[in-house]
Ligand binder design. Structure first.
Ligand code: FES
Length: 358
């Protein structure tokens, strides 16, 4: 039985102490932000339900960053008010694999043609499933030359020897294969506003950062952009065409960094968080990639009182146990990652020297 009230985006609803904000909002019939795979029963938090606490007290369960909390983790303790941005309605469509192309030794680009457009905002993710296999959480982006056909989606996928199909996504995403896609999900999408936009990625988190960078450049050209793209291994810094596109658009603040033992020029050494510019409350900071990197960047941004959003790469709930299921299906142990020809990292050098910090 309800024993207090919440105000969510201006609507007063009854709530029970001890319930999550997400459950209270949904019980009252509100469309709340969350991931479509109900993933966050385990510890991998997807950030899809992050909302702003406007007033009141809550048990944030360790999820508070600045003035925001995760609605699926935060419990009602009394009257409180929250807000979040309106977001596109979830929809479902089917799609066909057009191409899987190599971007770096461990990274491929999946290109699919969709039957119906999915109206995602830059930074939002979708759930992609093939046949009876569990859905994967992927972030739609543009091709690295800044183009996108309206009926196609591009995704960046990392090969992992210990991951899905033993580092051979070709076995799952064969040209002509039919996929199911639902979404979009997530509150960490590009907003309109003023002030500098700081975009930070690790690994294939660059997919989200790239779609936001293009949208920001074309839709909000008055806002300065600062980009930090990182990888553990410099050979995985696959974004040369994107860097060239940004340079042509006048973006000069781009840092590539490799956190492993042997960074190769033009990549600097160190983790992404070590290369953040000095932050101010007028900045908006987006971080996408490894959950540890995302949390570290969001913490730094929150301490500087900047607005911050995270897009951590965590498996969808349905993906739990996926590796074993697929390995069983193919009747063997996951294979070692396949070695393919990569974009030579030194090809980036002249361009990075030309456009900014090296
Ligand atoms: S739905 Fe709340 S963190 Fe994923």
């Amino acid at each position: 039985m309800a024993d207090t009230d919440l105000i969510i985006n201006g609507t007063r609803i009854p709530a029970r102490r001890g319930d999550t904000i997400l459950a209270a909002g949904e019980a009252a019939g509100l469309r709340m932000p969350k991931d479509g795979s109900a993933p966050c029963a385990h510890d991998a938090l997807c950030e899809s339900c992050r909302i702003r606490l406007e007033s009141g007290e809550v048990d944030d369960n360790g999820s508070r960053i600045g003035a925001s909390v995760l609605a699926c983790r935060t419990k009602v303790t009394g009257e409180a008010a929250f807000s979040f941005q309106p977001f596109p309605r979830e929809m479902k469509t089917s799609a066909e694999v057009i191409e899987l192309r190599s971007l770096a030794p461990e990274i491929v680009e999946l290109v699919v043609r969709i039957d119906k457009p999915i109206p995602y905002l830059p930074g939002q993710h979708v759930l992609v499933s093939v046949g009876k296999w569990p859905a994967r959480r992927l972030t739609p982006t543009l091709s690295l030359d800044g183009l996108r056909e309206l009926d196609t989606l591009h995704f960046h996928i990392r090969r992992r020897a210990d991951g899905v199909v033993g580092g051979n996504p070709e076995r799952l995403f064969m040209p002509g294969a039919r996929l199911k896609i639902s979404g979009p999900y997530g509150q960490s999408f590009l907003r309109h506003g003023d002030g500098r936009i700081v975009l930070v990625s690790s690994g294939t988190g660059f997919a989200a950062i790239w779609s936001m960078a293009v949208a920001a450049r074309l839709g909000q050209p008055h806002r300065p952009l600062h980009i930090v793209a990182s990888a553990h291994d410099p050979r995985q810094l696959y974004m040369r065409p994107a860097v060239e596109w940004l340079a042509r658009q006048g973006v000069s603040e781009i840092t590539l960094t490799a956190s492993g033992a042997h960074p190769l020029p033009p990549a600097r050494g160190g983790r992404a968080v070590q290369h953040l510019p000095g932050l101010a409350p007028s900045d908006t900071v987006y971080a996408a990639g490894h959950p540890d990197m995302v949390r570290a960047v969001m913490d730094v941004a929150a301490r500087a009182k900047a607005i911050t959003y995270g897009i951590p790469h965590v498996p969808a709930a349905q993906e739990t146990g996926m590796v074993e299921k697929i390995a069983r299906f193919f009747g063997r142990e996951p294979k070692q990652a396949q070695t393919v020809v990569a974009t030579p990292v030194d090809a980036l050098a002249s361009n990075i020297r030309r456009i900014g910090p090296g």
